[in-house]
Design a protein around this ligand. Structure first.
Ligand code: HPA
Ligand code: ZN
Length: 339
């Protein structure tokens, strides 16, 4: 299939997004608009000046700017407006289902009420035609005690989120630091995920699985350094939520050509493609797909696989999953006439 045809098929295919930090969808224009609306002072004079600060060298250099950007979010309506803007982008990229991360500690530490964070994001999800659920993330640079307190504050809204994640500065903050709070979340019937093996070693992927008992690994691209771990991830079909543009922007890989996504697929892993922090890393779902299909040896069968994997790995009731997978199969059927 010719490049332009393949690109069009990939852009139009049904997608699930499983790794998107809603605070990372805050575009510079909206940061400035909310700063004005709320009377928050920014360290940057213009949208252009802020955007030009988006030259990251590693995860921490990004997180510093990402937390600064989130400081403009004060009211329920701010969380609503941010989420509404993301969902419109997702819909335009043919995302049918999305599982949205949010970082409550970034906001409650500034005196924002948990109710305003969750209700604002949740209300935008309800108003969107895209199927959307929420995953509350603990910040791993903070203590487990702080995570427990955050869980306690969120429990009155237990029906508005489906799972728990772990994000922020990875190296030096291994998954096992949060073993007890994840055990509690498991008792509460929440789905569990954690960032592991982005900058941190394969050992962090192991402890995320064994100590936290997570069902998916966010990023996980460093698993290939450990053959035994890779074999286990393939055998148990543990999904990896890979974020290609994030990985090149944060220098996990120097260039997209160096990204290991094709090797991960070839190893039989349940790889999914996601945008992570689209306002900061150069784009939303279709930008990520354009970048990998441009730079890597990927063909039509990989596109169908990636589309299917997102729905297979989603935290959805089986009937809803089957219906979405049937839409994937119907979409690709004309392109695989002999199947
Ligand atoms: N890694 C860790 N923490 C994050 C990320 C990420 O890619 N994005 C937002 N918080
Ligand atoms: Zn992430």
């Amino acid at each position: 299939m010719m490049n332009q045809q393949l690109r069009a098929v990939v852009r139009g295919m049904p997608k699930a997004e499983l790794h998107i930090h809603i605070e990372g969808s805050l575009e510079p224009e909206l940061i400035f608009a909310l700063a004005e609306r709320n009377g928050v002072a920014l360290a940057y004079e213009s949208v252009e000046q802020l955007r030009s600060a988006y030259a990251f060298t590693d995860l921490q250099s990004f997180l510093d700017i990402y937390y600064a950007g989130a400081s403009v979010l004060l009211k329920e309506q701010d969380f609503y407006d941010m989420t509404r803007a993301y969902l419109a982008r997702a819909e335009a990229d043919n995302v049918l289902h999305t599982e949205i991360f949010f970082d409550p500690q970034t906001h409650t530490a500034r005196g924002v009420a948990m109710a305003d964070v969750i209700n604002g994001i949740y209300r935008a999800c309800q108003d969107s035609p895209v199927s959307a659920t929420l995953i509350l993330c603990f910040l791993r640079h903070l203590s487990e005690e702080d995570a427990f307190a955050t869980l306690e504050q969120a429990l009155p809204y237990r029906d508005k989120f489906i799972g728990i994640g772990l994000d922020s500065s990875e190296v030096g903050n291994p998954p096992e630091k949060f073993s007890r709070v994840f055990a509690r979340c498991r008792e509460l019937g929440l789905h569990l995920v954690a960032h592991a093996g982005e900058e941190g070693p394969p050992a962090y992927i192991r402890t995320a699985l064994d100590d936290l008992k997570v069902e998916r690994i966010d990023h996980g691209v460093r698993c290939l350094e450990d053959a035994e771990l890779t074999a286990r991830l393939a055998r148990e079909q543990i999904a990896l939520t890979v974020c290609p543009l994030s990985n090149t922007k944060l220098r996990v890989f120097d260039q997209m050509h160096d990204h290991n996504l094709a090797e991960l697929l070839a190893a039989g892993l349940l790889v999914t493609v996601n945008s992570d922090d689209p306002a900061y890393f150069g784009g939303y779902m279709n930008d990520n797909y354009d970048a990998i299909f441009e730079a890597l040896p990927l063909e039509l069968d990989h596109a169908r696989q990636l589309s299917r994997n997102g729905f297979v790995a989603a935290f959805l009731p089986q009937a809803q999953k089957d219906a979405l997978l049937a839409r994937v199969d119907a979409y690709f059927a004309p392109h695989f006439p002999t199947n």
